[in-house]
Design a protein around this ligand. Structure first.
Ligand code: PMP
Length: 294
């Protein structure tokens, strides 16, 4: 497979208030965000030229910045407008959009109080996070040796670049074993999430998902819980031990990129792509395109 590098594409990227040619959207190597992880971002999908839950994603972007101790130098409305402008400029019908904000180059040390905050927004085609054929059979997952950190060790509610260090390590270790993703436990050893998506399980027609108390409470997670309740499916947010997992019959991931992705296997645990997973996958895919209402 030939990869088209992300810095060598056609079109425009919104950078600090204006659209710039894609290949000119550059930063300097001495950038605080690159060295010290002072960078936060969003991942949102465009369906039929409309960003799904745009306002909610933008609010989370601003919240992530505040949690990292900086203010985005635009209003939420300006960022929403900028996102819409990028969709139009790129003619993006179905796509993935990445707003990102980071500390610049004014200071190159741990302290960076005077650094300028930069913001960029890019959009590109990304049909499915997982191979569509494998997805329908349920992806196979590894069990990561990395754990989601305790809430007092990191600004865990932020969608911050630094929190993805262990996600990339986990995902690479999974891929080396021929697996699509990895389940991560949290600092207590409870089931937490995947490397870029939340997790759900099914037992006796009820939906179970871990309390999002040390990892991202995904916008897709919240949407899928609403979709399930609208179908009279009971949703249980709970603490999930590894010993509970063998009792579940279905499992799926949720995320803006992953959408609803059935899981066929985690380690030695096997799951079927059952009714509830299929129903919620369909409901979600119709809901994001305005074809299903709740
Ligand atoms: N957890 C992690 C680590 C993620 O990267 C994501 C994707 N943003 C999610 C959960 C799901 O969040 P959302 O549904 O808001 O995309």
């Amino acid at each position: 497979m030939s990869l088209i590098p992300f810095d060598d594409r056609e079109g425009h990227i919104w950078l600090d208030g204006k659209l710039v040619p894609w290949r000119d959207a550059k930063i300097h190597v001495l950038t605080h965000g690159l060295h010290y992880g002072s960078s936060i971002f969003e991942g949102q999908r465009v369906y039929g030229r409309k960003v799904f839950k745009l306002e909610q994603h933008t609010s989370r972007l601003f919240q992530s910045a505040r949690l990292m101790g900086f203010e985005i130098p635009f209003t939420e409305e300006q960022i929403n407008d900028a996102c819409r402008q990028v969709v139009e400029a790129q003619g993006a019908d179905d796509a993935y959009m990445r707003p990102v904000a980071w500390r610049g180059s004014e200071q190159m040390a741990v302290s960076a109080q005077k650094s300028k905050i930069h913001v960029a927004i890019a959009v590109w085609p990304w049909p499915s996070m997982f191979d569509p054929e494998i997805k329908m059979k349920g992806i196979r997952m590894d069990i990561s040796r990395w754990r989601r950190p305790a809430p007092d060790t990191t600004p865990w509610k932020a969608k911050a670049a630094g929190l993805y260090m262990i996600c990339t390590l986990s995902k690479h270790e999974a891929e080396a074993k021929g697996l699509a993703d990895a389940m991560m436990y949290d600092w207590r050893g409870l089931v937490a999430e995947a490397t870029g998506a939340n997790m759900f399980f099914v037992k006796d027609n009820r939906l179970f998902t871990p309390h999002a108390d040390c990892f991202l409470n995904g916008i897709t997670r919240q949407t899928v819980m609403d979709l399930a309740r609208a179908r009279q499916i009971e949703v249980v947010e709970t603490y999930i031990q590894s010993s509970d997992v063998s009792g579940y019959t279905e499992c799926f991931l949720t995320g803006s990129a992953a959408e609803v992705t059935p899981v066929g296997q985690i380690g030695d645990w096997k799951f079927e792509v059952g009714n509830i997973s299929r129903t919620l996958m369909d409901d979600y895919s119709n809901f994001v395109r305005g074809k299903h209402r709740i």
